[in-house]
Design a protein around this ligand. Structure first.
Ligand code: WT7
Length: 596
């Protein structure tokens, strides 16, 4: 239904349930014994979970959630590491029509609290502790430190994963295994999938925008499943009977939602799920997994490939990677050097590479080669997926560019399109449709079209940075930095970085005559880790007596980016105090000299 742009609908009047499509359908068709997940833990633990087993656990947990008072339409937070229970939790929510709100395990408890508050979550599913490179992080305890004030949150379900001791608050906290067993005793294994409207919300996923407040991207059911299952099948040339597929992302990002959970399971695929980091217990762990499970399709991020290049080809070379037949890339532009290494060292020069461009908002892959059909060019995501209409518009005229650079837009709605920003409809329109009208979705990326019509995505045009494939807003990091009692003002920018794509650089003014030193840098970085997560800590902090501002007091981040990238400074005469720039330039050069 496209009668009311930009509020599009799909399959109006149709009924569907995502959990039924991902599980019951396969089991009913006699595929219950097929492995859905080859799960592997950091310390070598192993669990092969079939479709029938996954369905049984999802039914029981769905029934347990209902028993806890979770109803259709209630938002359920999920803050779990890469353990099978995260998939169970998501599908159990889908089964009863409770939209889930997953928060990436790398976010801090404070970031979780904020997202639970914004979405008015009724329940939260979390874990006692999470494994990280041989250590265990006390997740539940950290959640408890911040969650006390939240009145809407009635239940916290705790998965006992690592046996980390934690306190359980009477009347609020329950153990996953206990409510699961109780549900089973009550006959919860019959919990049928609730028939839902095709437009029933499947999930909310918070992502970063131009301001400090994250945006709650809302996806619904029928269109979303159509988008993820079609793209997962055609972009990866999936043969569900024979392939072993591995998406090495985290379920906490949209890549995990669409291409670890909903796409692969809707298609009846067999997947690998890895709990840990790519360099623990050693830097060859990924390649060992590929050899062990005979992975045929690998989907990962350029930042991981660049890390592997740095660690050296001797790691993959110790393993038999001959099972691989297709490679995918996602999350940021892949530089031709990394593309060629991936092709040669990992793909043995025989595997096509699909460089897939999309976003949390698009739900599914939008611009991508189709293996065996599209001739690739290293560094280009090539052309839109069939049915997708992408254009590059001139920044000045708004007219389509036939060759050259401009703003990437999508000019036709697609099934897995976000439906709105949760509880922020005005922001939905302002962010995506103000610039070119209600029928032209503004992506937020700059892109180039070449003479063959191939699209080369360059990067964000807003104040969003992409650090190792993690999307962050500069405003969010700034607000975390200025929350530090010693800080007066901060301006954050993304700086090109060989390893992580972009690195966070913060220009910071301290209170009064406080002097910046190493201890202060650590304390500011720690503050950011607490408020957002470790991955958001600034790589560099540059002390500033003052920041470049317009006469009206607006910080000119563009000039800070120019300084950080060593570019010639543009016009500084509009600044309140042009002398500020010379001083900062000196500081940056000093720091660069120290680092090299
Ligand atoms: C932004 C979306 C796509 C799921 C993971 C990230 C950048 C993503 C590519 C690519 C160049 C890419 C864009 C986009 N991006 N894929 N293949 N080539 N850039 O989802 O966190 O919503 O970030 O990631 O800048 O707008 P996200």
């Amino acid at each position: 239904d496209d009668s009311n742009p930009p509020f599009y609908k799909r399959f109006v009047g149709g009924k569907i349930n995502a959990s039924h499509n991902c599980l019951d359908r396969h089991v009913e068709a006699g595929r219950g014994e097929r492995v859905a997940l080859h799960w592997r833990g950091e310390e070598g633990e192993e669990r092969d979970i079939t479709y029938a087993e996954l369905l049984a656990e999802v039914k029981c947990f769905a029934s347990a959630l209902k028993e806890q008072g979770v109803c259709k339409g209630d938002v359920v937070g999920i803050y779990l590491p890469m353990i099978p229970e995260v998939v169970v939790a998501m599908l159990a929510c889908a089964r009863i029509g409770a939209p889930h709100n997953v928060v990436f395990g790398g976010f801090s408890a404070e970031a979780v609290r904020e997202r639970m508050e914004f979405s008015e979550a009724k329940a939260l599913i979390t874990v006692d502790g999470a494994a990280r490179k041989g250590k265990t992080a006390p997740v539940k305890d950290r959640v408890d430190e911040v969650m006390g004030e939240l009145s809407t949150l009635e239940t916290i379900v705790v998965v006992r994963s690592k046996g980390t001791p934690c306190e359980m608050k009477a009347g609020r906290d329950v153990y996953y295994d206990e409510i699961l067993a109780a549900a089973e005793r009550r006959g919860g294994s019959d919990c049928p999938a609730e028939p839902l409207d095709a437009e029933h919300p499947l999930y909310i996923l918070y992502t970063s925008g131009s301001t400090a407040k994250p945006k709650g991207i809302l996806h619904t059911t029928g269109g979303y499943l159509t988008g993820v299952s079609a793209t997962h099948r055609y972009v990866f040339d999936l043969k569900p009977e024979t392939d072993v597929y591995w998406c090495a992302a985290d379920v906490g990002w949209v890549t995990g939602h669409s291409y670890i959970v909903y796409g692969p399971l809707a298609n009846g695929a067999t997947s690998v799920m890895w709990e840990g980091a790519p360099d623990y217990p050693n830097k060859g762990v990924w390649w060992g997994l590929i050899e062990r499970y005979k992975v045929s399709i690998l989907y990962c991020a350029p930042t991981a490939i660049r890390a592997c290049i740095k660690w050296g080809a001797q790691w993959p070379e110790q393993h038999d990677l001959s099972s691989l037949r297709l490679l995918g890339s996602v999350g940021e532009p892949i530089n031709p050097k990394a593309w060629l290494w991936y092709h040669k060292v990992i793909g043995g020069e025989r595997c096509p590479i699909v460089d897939t461009w999309w976003q949390t908002e698009t739900g599914a892959i939008m611009i991508t080669p189709l293996p065996g059909i599209t001739a690739t060019k290293p560094g280009s995501a090539t052309r839109p997926f069939p049915g997708v209409q992408a254009k590059v518009l001139s920044e000045s005229s708004g007219e389509p560019v036939s060759e050259g650079q401009g703003l990437l837009v999508l000019t036709h709605p697609w099934p897995s399109m976000l439906r709105t920003l949760y509880k922020e409809e005005d922001r939905f329109i302002a962010t995506y449709f103000e610039r070119f009208g209600n029928e032209t979705y503004l992506v937020g990326d700059a892109a180039r079209v070449d003479s063959d019509g191939y699209i080369w995505v360059i990067g964000r045009i807003d104040d969003v940075v992409n650090v190792s494939g993690h999307r962050l807003s500069t405003a969010e990091v700034e607000s975390a930095i200025v929350a530090h009692p010693d800080v007066a003002e901060a301006a954050v920018i993304g700086q090109h970085d060989e390893q992580s794509g972009q690195a966070i650089v913060a220009f910071v003014t301290l209170q009064g005559d406080l002097q910046g030193d190493e201890a202060e840098i650590e304390s500011i970085r720690e503050g950011v880790a607490e408020r957002i997560g470790k991955f958001a800590r600034p790589k560099r902090i540059i002390w500033a007596d003052d920041l470049p501002k317009t006469r009206s007091g607006k910080i000119m981040r563009r000039l800070l980016r120019d300084i950080a990238e060593g570019r010639a400074l543009g016009d500084v005469t509009t600044l309140r105090d042009p002398a500020v720039m010379g001083e900062l330039e000196g500081r940056v050069k000093e720091l660069q000299a120290q680092e090299s």
